[in-house]
Design a protein around this ligand. Structure first.
Ligand SMILES: Nc1nc2c(c(=O)[nH]1)N(C=O)[C@@H](CNc1ccc(C(=O)N[C@@H](CCC(=O)O)C(=O)O)cc1)CN2
Ligand SMILES: Nc1nc2c(ncn2[C@@H]2O[C@H](COP(=O)(O)OP(=O)(O)OP(=O)(O)O)[C@@H](O)[C@H]2O)c(=O)[nH]1
Ligand SMILES: [K+]
Ligand SMILES: [Mg+2]
Length: 457
């Protein structure tokens, strides 16, 4: 495995944010991490210090002193990566960080790839793959719910249970394969009834996990919410009102917004990404037409559509016609009558029968009610310590595939198929389960996962 070659190097990266800060932390990991740090450090001999101790000294490049620093040392296997590691806390100027990294490279370290520290921790068995992925989710958490879900996953989540169930299934697969070795003889080492019971038990564990994804996905990724409607309906005004910021240009000229404008906001523990779009109409203007095309595209990908009707510019018949089109998309939507401040009272009365919410985006009327309605379409419970929730699409897909493969095992048993086919279906479910926790991996899968991490993690 190419991973072994990688593991011989000592890697270095800035672990804290780029740019000005009071203190910056530079992290090294690998066989020679402490020795390389010692080469550029003036102070106590780091090689003689116990693990998990901090030491004051000067960092230098030849005769030049770069900075006054603190160095923390971790001795293998007692570090995050389970390798020898050091952390250099220096003053936060990017110039200092650059000089220190430069001198460490000169002394035998190499720059870390994105996620390489966590990848090493995984390869050395600190945690399984699903837990490693949760480290990235934890760093990227945008709400407290997302943070708690990621922390739960990082601290174990479904990892242990899945690996236990997988072991039990492996046991059956081996027994069945043993039967095959006996060829013609009619032996049955693997009791079919016990196998059936185990599969039911595994599926009873998988199903709630699979079902948790709808909510888990909302918690981790937020809800893309498109604000759509005809030109001048007040979409950009509403975006600004929701965000409490003059984000989008508002004018009385129809066709003002051409490109998509978006920003995020946390409502009730969920991250909503509000997307203002170009007004929907037939247009000869080439640029506006591209904008309208983008609107339609975003509407298809949305998890929620806030559809704005300009109450001063429309009739009941038109609204009903527009709604039919909206409903045909098959995406949850909220019908909003805007400019209620200038609307005809009888139209409002009429629309009340059609589940509308009436607002004035510019006067900020009924905005709280609108927010409540938005939230009501995405109820999530507060995630608590220990709650197990699937938030990761890869895990979700593998759980579904495992479940399907187990269904096939049950079906095969029901149809009395021979042991060799049964064993194949079991092996298939073992494969999908093993990919979740990383018992089964490929370099491609690992690259794909860890390349999405930030450098220094
Ligand atoms: N400065 C710093 N802060 C950090 C990290 C880090 O690497 N450095 N972490 C990185 O993500 C997280 C903490 N994770 C860590 C996990 C294990 C060990 C560690 O040294 N483990 C040893 C000793 C355990 C003990 O004393 O109980 C071990 O497992 O043997 C360190 C950090 C968040 N904060
Ligand atoms: N009276 C009234 N006017 C409003 C309200 N909301 C928006 N407007 C006005 O309606 C006009 C159009 O508003 P925009 O927010 O630019 O409309 P839009 O839907 O983004 O328009 P396009 O980007 O051109 O599709 C502006 O003059 C706004 O001031 C409202 O609640 N009441
Ligand atoms: K406009
Ligand atoms: Mg606009």
């Amino acid at each position: 495995m190419s991973a072994n070659i990688l593991l011989n190097d000592t890697i270095v990266a800035l672990a804290t944010a780029q740019g000005l800060s009071a203190i910056a932390v530079i992290r090294l990991s690998g066989e020679d991490a402490i020795a390389i740090t010692q080469k550029v450090f003036k102070g106590k001999n780091l090689l003689e210090q116990p693990s998990h101790t901090v030491h004051f000294g000067l960092l230098h490049d030849g005769a030049k002193t770069i900075d006054e620093v603190l160095v923390t040392i971790f001795k293998a296997p007692n570090s995050f990566t389970k390798e020898n590691s050091t952390e250099i806390s220096c003053h936060g100027s990017p110039v200092i960080v650059k000089e220190i990294i430069k001198v460490l490279l000169k002394n035998g370290a190499r720059l870390a790839e994105p996620g390489e520290f966590t990848k090493r921790a995984f390869l050395h068995g600190r945690f399984d793959l699903a837990q490693a992925e949760a480290v990235a989710d934890l760093i990227n958490a945008e709400t407290d719910n997302a943070r708690q879900a990621a922390l739960n996953q990082m601290r174990g989540g479904f990892s242990k249970e899945i690996s236990i169930l997988r072991e039990e299934l492996i046991h059956f697969a081996s027994l069945i394969e043993l039967e095959l070795d006996f060829g013609e003889e009619d032996v049955e080492f693997a009791k079919r009834d016990d196998l059936k019971k185990l599969i039911k038990r595994i599926q009873a564990y998988l199903l709630p996990l699979i079902q948790s994804f709808d909510e888990g996905n909302v918690i981790k990724n937020g809800v893309p919410t498109v604000i759509a409607g005809k030109p001048n309906a007040g979409k950009s005004t509403l975006l600004n009102t929701l965000l409490n910021e003059e984000k989008a240009i508002v004018s009385d000229i129809p066709g003002t917004t051409r490109d998509v404008i978006e920003d995020e906001m946390v409502l009730g523990g969920i991250n909503f990404r509000f997307i203002d779009t170009a007004g929907l109409r037939e247009t000869q203007d080439v640029i506006e037409a591209i904008g309208v095309e983008r609107t339609r595209d975003r509407m298809k990908k949305a998890s929620l559509i806030i559809y704005l009707f300009d109450l001063t510019q429309t009739t009941l018949a038109e609204i009903i016609n527009e709604e039919e089109h909206l409903a045909s998309l098959g995406i949850p939507y909220i019908k909003v009558g805007n400019k209620v401040d200038k609307a005809d009272a009888s139209l409002v009365e009429e629309l009340k029968k059609h589940d509308f919410i009436f607002i004035s985006a510019s006067h900020k009327t009924n905005i709280v009610e609108l927010k409540d309605k938005i939230l009501a379409s995405f109820q999530v419970k507060t995630v608590k310590a220990g709650d197990v929730l699937v938030t990761n699409l890869r895990h979700y897909q593998n759980l579904l595939q495992t479940n399907d493969a187990l269904d096939r095992v049950l079906e095969s048993m029901y149809n009395g198929v021979t042991g060799d086919f049964l064993a194949m279906d079991i092996r298939q479910s073992l494969h999908y389960l093993g990919e979740i926790t990383g018992t089964i991996t490929t370099d491609d899968l690992l690259d794909n996962i860890f390349s999405k991490f930030c450098i220094g993690k």
